[in-house]
Design a protein around this ligand. Structure first.
Ligand SMILES: [Zn+2]
Ligand SMILES: [Zn+2]
Length: 268
C-alpha cells in the first residue's frame, strides 16, 4: 500500500509498504479520511517525538472495515467506522477503573504504532465506533470532538458563563460549537490578527474574534468587575497559550488545557 512515512523531523515520504493484515481481535480499516492534528505537526517540526520512528502518523481516521482477524466479528466488514486511538491492556488498575486512556501499557495509533496516513490501518475491534450515517469528513472529526466532550465532562460549564476560546484550530472550533450548547452569556475566540479562520469562528457563533490584547480589553469591560472569564479553553498549541489563559481567567474560574506543547511551558 501507499503510506506517508515520517523518518525523522522534516523528513516525510510517500512510499510503498507491506499491506497490514489483521490477526486475532484486530481489524483493518480502509482509510478514507485522516485529519492532521497539532501532534502530527509537532512530530514533523521535531518539537514532539513519536514513540516509534519511522512511523506512519495519523490518528483522526475514518474509513471502512475491509478485513478482520479470526477473533473479531465478521459482520463488521463493510461498516463505516472511526477508531479510538489508545489500545489499552484491559487488565491493569487504570483499565479496570475506567481510565483506559491512562493505561501505562497502552499503545497509541499514529503515535507509538503506525497510523492512518496510509491506505490501510489496523485497530482492535473493541475500539471501533460504527457510524454508517455520518460522512467520512464528519467521522474523521470524532476523535478530536471526543477530546472536547471529555473536557466538558471533566469540568462542566454552567449556563450563562463567560467563555474565551484561545486558538481556533480544530479543537478550538469544535469547542466553540459544543460550548454554545450551554447558552453562554458571552463567548469569544482569540487568535492572531488577520487569521483566515476567523470567519469559521463567527460561523460557529462566537460574539467576537479578537487578538489577545483586544481580549484583555474586552475582559475588563464585559466580565464581572473586569476580573476575567469563567471558562477559558487553551487550544493554541503554543507554549505561550497557558500564560495567556491565566491572564484571561477569573479567580476560581476554569482553564481547560487542550494543547499538546512540543516545548517547555512556563508561566508567572
Ligand atoms: Zn490529536
Ligand atoms: Zn491497562
Amino acid at each position: 500500500m501507499k503510506a506517508l512515512v515520517l523518518h525523522a523531523p522534516g523528513k516525510l515520504e510517500v512510499m510503498d509498504v507491506d499491506d497490514p493484515v489483521p490477526n486475532g481481535e484486530w481489524v483493518r480499516i480502509k482509510v478514507r479520511r485522516v485529519g492532521i492534528c497539532g501532534t502530527d505537526k509537532a512530530f514533523y517540526k521535531g518539537t514532539y517525538k513519536p514513540l516509534k520512528q519511522p512511523i506512519i502518523p495519523g490518528h483522526e481516521i475514518s474509513g471502512i472495515i475491509d478485513m478482520v482477524g479470526e477473533k473479531a466479528p465478521y459482520e463488521l466488514i463493510g461498516h463505516k467506522v472511526t477508531t479510538e486511538i489508545n489500545i489499552h491492556c484491559r487488565q491493569c488498575w487504570y483499565c479496570r477503573n475506567g481510565m483506559p486512556t491512562h493505561c501505562p501499557y497502552r499503545e497509541t495509533i499514529g503515535i507509538s504504532r503506525d497510523g492512518g496516513m496510509a491506505e490501510y490501518v489496523l485497530t482492535r475491534y473493541d475500539l471501533i465506533h460504527i457510524a454508517d450515517d455520518l460522512d467520512f469528513d464528519e467521522l474523521a472529526l470524532i476523535e478530536p470532538f471526543a477530546a472536547v466532550v471529555e473536557m466538558i465532562e471533566m469540568e462542566p460549564v454552567r449556563e450563562g458563563s463567560n467563555i474565551a476560546v484561545l486558538g481556533i484550530g480544530t479543537i478550538g472550533l469544535l469547542s466553540i460549537q459544543l460550548l454554545k450548547l450551554y447558552n453562554p452569556d458571552k463567548i469569544i475566540a482569540i487568535t492572531r490578527p488577520g487569521s483566515p479562520k476567523a470567519k469559521y469562528a463567527y460561523r460557529m457563533g462566537v460574539d467576537e474574534v479578537l487578538s489577545f490584547e483586544e481580549a484583555m480589553e474586552y475582559m475588563e469591560k464585559y466580565t464581572p468587575e473586569g476580573q476575567g472569564f469563567d471558562y477559558v479553553v487553551e487550544a493554541t498549541g503554543s507554549p505561550k497559550g497557558l500564560e495567556m489563559a491565566l491572564k484571561l481567567v477569573r479567580p476560581r474560574g476554569v482553564i481547560a488545557a487542550k494543547s499538546t506543547h512540543g516545548s517547555r511551558v512556563s508561566f508567572d
